[in-house]
Unconditional design. Structure first.
Length: 245
């Protein structure tokens, strides 16, 4: 059974975070102004981490745009334009990480994608960049990856973590199929499921044991800290040491 959770307090917190810079950022996204949007992010980068920029600037901005769209204050075209600029800004925040990109054989490995027909991928992209920042070997497949192709990739690449995202309630059956398929995998990779609905519903009943539902970047941070305590290679040891303490 999927249990509904209260979303009011979350949205109040989001609105409180919308200070002047955040409003300027929303305006720049909606104006399709790549330069101004990037400038706002670059200024913030002076005293904020990537995590803070994603959590306190970009995520609230996109949620705010969703509310404006729902209230018919902006058009579908405005929202698409804002999405494109947001995607550009995220790519820029990933750019400098390319210098320290892990080799295709390095561990630990994590793959990211959205379930079939799910086109909301900006949140997933942020998460994949945060994994890259922590020196994970990342493969980011963006959106709409059918289950048989996911399973082929898992078999071939053998990731330690499979991260998937979904945003629309009517994708729950698809999500359940993916999770069932992962529970049958021999290597038992850890599965992380994220997306806006995790805040509102308790999905634990559809997740096999190695699945963790993560509602936001704060929870991801907790997961990273826990993972660091239990995994030695690439973080505190060398790549050939055991990954289990
Ligand atoms: C931009 C946008 C789009 C873009 C998608 C752009 C893209 N490439 O991602 C486009 C235009 C394609 C789109 C299409 C649609 N959309 Co839309 N969209 C949005 C909007 C405004 C922002 C989404 C976003 O980027 N949010 C910001 C990110 C950062 O937040 P997030 O996804 O929650 O991710 C965070 C966490 O959830 C978590 N997380 C996410 N994934 C993962 C994965 C892992 C592994 C982990 C650990 C964590 C994690 O970390 C992230 C970082 O903070 C939302 C509003 C909203 N509230 O989100 C509506 C929204 C989601 N869309 C909505 C709808 C209805 C649609 C359409 C059905 C519209 C239509 N009629 O065509 C289509 C469906 C398309 C499809 N088949 O998927 C509704 C859904 C309503 C509902 N009740 O289900 C919303 C809520 C708008 C609204 N208020 O009505 N959309």
């Amino acid at each position: 059974m999927i249990i509904y959770k209260n979303e009011d307090s979350f949205y109040k917190r989001v609105m409180l975070l919308m200070d002047t810079t955040n409003r300027a950022f929303v305006e720049a996204l909606l104006a399709g102004d790549h330069a101004r949007s990037l400038q706002i992010v670059t200024i913030r980068q002076g005293n904020c981490s990537r995590f803070e920029i994603y959590n306190e600037l970009i995520t609230p901005a996109m949620y705010d745009i969703g509310v404006m769209w729902q209230k018919n204050e902006i058009t579908v075209a405005d929202e698409h334009l804002a999405t494109a600029v947001c995607d550009f800004v995220l790519t820029q925040t990933e750019f400098e990480l390319l210098q320290q990109s892990a080799s295709p054989y390095a561990t630990p490995k994590a793959m990211f994608f959205t379930v079939e027909d799910e086109h909301h991928y900006l949140g997933l992209k942020m998460v994949s960049i945060l994994f890259r920042e922590k020196h994970w070997n990342v493969k980011y497949y963006q959106s709409n990856l059918p289950i048989d192709h996911v399973l082929k990739e898992v078999e071939r690449w053998k990731p330690n973590v499979i991260g998937l995202s979904f945003s629309l309630a009517y994708r729950i059956d698809e999500l359940t199929d993916y999770l069932k398929a992962f529970s049958k995998l021999e290597d038992k990779p850890e599965v992380l499921v994220g997306g806006r609905l995790i805040k509102n519903y308790d999905f634990s009943s559809i997740g096999p044991p190695q699945t963790t539902f993560i509602q936001d970047l704060d929870e991801l941070q907790i997961w990273f800290n826990k993972d660091k305590q239990t995994r030695r290679d690439e973080f505190d040891g060398t790549s050939t040491t055991s990954s289990v303490v």
